[in-house]
Each structure stands twice: as C-alpha cells, then as structure tokens.
Write a protein that binds this ligand. Structure first.
Ligand SMILES: [Zn+2]
Ligand SMILES: [Zn+2]
Length: 150
C-alpha cells in the first residue's frame, strides 16, 4: 500500500491472525475457551439469566445480585438428581429434535428464578444443547455449567 506520494505505508493492514482472533472474540467464542473458575461460570450463567442478554458480562465485577441460596441450589445434589430424573424420563433424548448423541441439558419449563426449589420432574424438559440455545436465543455451549439455564 502506498500513499499519494508513492511512499510505502506500513501499519495500516491488520494481520490475518489478528482478524481471526477478533472475529472469535466477536462471536463470543472467547467466553467458551477462556478457563473460568466454577464460581465464575456460575456468575456468568447467572448474569446471562438476569439480563437475558450478554450485556452484563462485559463488567466482570457485576455480580448479578446472585443470591447465595440460588448458587448453592444449583450445585446441590438435589438439583443433579432432578436433572438425571428428567433425562431418564425422556430416555436421554432431546425432546425437540430427537437427538440422543448431542450434549443434553435439562431445560426448566418454569423460570428457575420463580421455581428454584421446584425439583418436580414435570418442570424439566430434556433438550440437546443446540435446541436449548434455540429456545433461549443465545449461545449456551455444551459446558456442564450451562445445562441448568432455564
Ligand atoms: Zn435437540
Ligand atoms: Zn432452558
């Protein structure tokens, strides 16, 4: 590239590997490739839930007003049992597309916030993570910390 005097102009092009990195960032892939502590993942999961969008995660200090009880519940054996029961009832099959190979999530039919202690199997639906993303309209990823997005 040369300027109007015919001189060689450096530094105005972005190397391809940068572009790749930025496009990954823009696609939000960085979220899923960056190692987070379990707690951070929970916070991100919660902040998505609270905002319904990805806005809040840009501020890492925003705690989403997470109640400790909800965080504790999400990790509880009771919750894990509920998820397993939902999977078993649905024969480990996505109830939207019939997929049995994809990573499965237990989707909450009623809002997790409203029914956080509702561990009735009837409140759950087995969906593959791809269908789950369609239900919520944004990326959840396969990660086990995302299965409980309701
Ligand atoms: Zn599916
Ligand atoms: Zn869900």
């Amino acid at each position: 590239m040369r300027d109007k005097f015919g001189r060689f102009v450096k530094g105005h092009t972005v190397p391809n590997e940068w572009k790749d990195k930025f496009s990954d960032l823009l696609k939000g892939n960085a979220l899923h490739t960056t190692p987070h502590s379990e707690e951070t993942k929970l916070k991100i999961s919660n902040s998505h839930k609270e905002s319904g969008r990805f806005k809040k995660e840009k501020n890492p200090n925003w705690n989403g007003g997470i109640s400790s009880s909800r965080t504790a519940f999400r990790g509880s054996t009771e919750y894990k049992k509920w998820r397993q029961d939902v999977f078993k009832r649905d024969k480990f099959t996505c109830q939207h597309c019939g997929n049995t190979k994809e990573y499965l999530h237990a989707h909450h039919l009623k809002s997790f916030a409203e029914e956080m202690d509702n561990v009735d199997v009837s409140n759950g639906l087995t969906v593959c993570y791809k269908c789950h993303e369609k239900i919520h309209g944004f990326k959840l990823g396969k990660g086990s910390k995302y299965y409980d997005k309701d």
